[in-house]
Design a protein around this ligand. Structure first.
Ligand code: HEC
Ligand code: HEC
Ligand code: HEC
Ligand code: HEC
Ligand code: HEC
Length: 227
């Protein structure tokens, strides 16, 4: 046997084992890196300059998301409300004697002598520059806020619940039937769930009939999202 195999092959099993171990570690690292919350940002929940609560305003008080996120149906960005939107209620609710919690709100609001300043809200959801996203398109297709943002109306502090990765976008684009609401169900209804009937209705809106383009057509080609 020793004549058939040169001496170095004795070390081969050990080398292979080492290689396998290294590959294993590498795979673990890649999986960890790509799917851990740190990379996908799932769970990202920064503190905000004012402890504004969606649970209180949108949940308990039932305020419509669009009262504050005005551009969500018309433009690419949902937009965050300006200081005046908050003051509209809080000036009369709290008067000028704001408590400590609301002090930054009244400090941002000019008093005639000082200028109105925007509140420096910390952005939670953020796509990289090279990816194009448009709210209006999705909202008009009747994809609800909850499909992409989760139960915001239950959140004291907003957190990211979806990865916002390319794979996540494509997963829905390939089969959005569980996310497209029947006409008449508002996109802001946070607890809506799909059923067989709604899925069938969505499917009909996504189907090609002969050469006729479907009503809804989520793209999967690169240039749709990378322009
Ligand atoms: C009274 C105004 C108001 C209402 C009503 C409101 N929001 Fe907001 N929203 C804000 C403010 C202010 C911020 C920025 C501070 C923060 O993140 O909490 C925000 C932030 C967000 C963010 C995170 C934005 C980012 O930086 O990525 C999402 C998502 C969101 N709102 C969704 C909703 C949804 C869905 C509803 C309806 C269920 C809703 N909002 C109702 C005021 C409002
Ligand atoms: C199809 C997924 C999807 C739907 C549906 C959706 N959003 Fe978003 N939203 C996103 C993504 C992705 C971002 C990050 C955009 C960026 O960084 O350019 C975002 C960002 C935001 C922001 C931060 C400000 C901005 O425009 O970047 C707010 C506020 C927000 N969404 C509110 C809403 C509300 C309210 C609804 C429902 C009326 C809604 N979104 C529906 C995916 C969605
Ligand atoms: C439609 C009216 C309305 C608007 C607009 C509104 N709020 Fe409120 N807010 C309320 C009500 C009502 C309460 C509960 C007051 C209470 O229970 O004493 C409240 C409570 C709060 C509290 C808790 C107050 C405390 O003393 O602990 C904060 C913080 C707050 N709002 C911030 C904001 C911010 C920031 C905005 C703008 C993004 C905003 N609100 C917009 C009606 C509003
Ligand atoms: C929950 C389902 C869902 C998710 C998640 C989703 N989309 Fe879409 N998207 C749709 C649907 C449905 C349409 C088709 C709209 C139509 O044909 O009117 C669409 C259409 C589009 C379009 C074509 C319209 C336009 O604006 O040019 C782009 C681009 C797009 N989505 C980008 C994205 C990106 C980027 C993401 C991830 C950050 C994403 N989408 C996540 C459902 C989704
Ligand atoms: C539905 C929207 C959508 C389509 C279609 C799409 N992408 Fe992306 N792509 C994204 C988003 C969103 C990101 C950012 C993901 C993130 O931040 O993790 C991205 C990121 C990337 C990146 C950067 C990877 C990174 O780690 O940042 C590359 C490269 C890329 N896409 C290539 C492609 C190619 C090639 C195609 C066509 C085969 C394609 N994309 C089709 C939405 C899309």
């Amino acid at each position: 046997m020793t004549d058939l195999f040169p001496k170095w092959t004795n070390k081969l099993p050990a080398a292979l084992a080492l290689g396998a171990a290294a590959t294993g570690l590498f795979v673990v690292f890649v999986v960890y890196f790509w799917f851990s919350p740190r990379h996908t940002d799932v769970g990202y929940q920064p503190f905000q300059p004012i402890p504004y609560s969606h649970k209180l305003h949108a949940g308990d008080k039932g305020m419509d998301c669009r009262y504050c996120h005005r551009m969500v149906e018309e433009g690419p960005h949902a937009t965050v409300p300006d200081t005046a939107t908050c003051i509209g209620c809080h000036a009369s609710l709290n008067g000028v004697k704001a408590n400590a919690t609301l002090a930054p709100l009244f400090a941002a609001w000019g008093n005639g002598e000082t200028e109105n300043k925007p509140i420096p809200w910390v952005k939670v959801h953020l796509l990289p520059e090279h990816a194009y996203f448009n709210h209006a398109v999705h909202v008009r297709a009747n994809v609800g806020c909850a499909s992409c943002h989760g139960p915001v109306d239950q959140m004291e502090i907003v957190r990211q619940v979806e990865p916002l990765s390319m794979g996540w976008c494509l997963e829905c684009h390939r089969d959005p039937t569980s996310h497209i609401r029947p006409k008449g169900v508002p996109v802001t209804k946070m607890d809506w769930v799909a059923d067989d009937q709604s899925r069938a209705a969505a499917k009909a809106r996504l189907e090609w009939t002969g050469d006729t383009r479907p009503e809804l057509n989520p793209p999967t080609h690169c240039s749709a999202c990378h322009r």
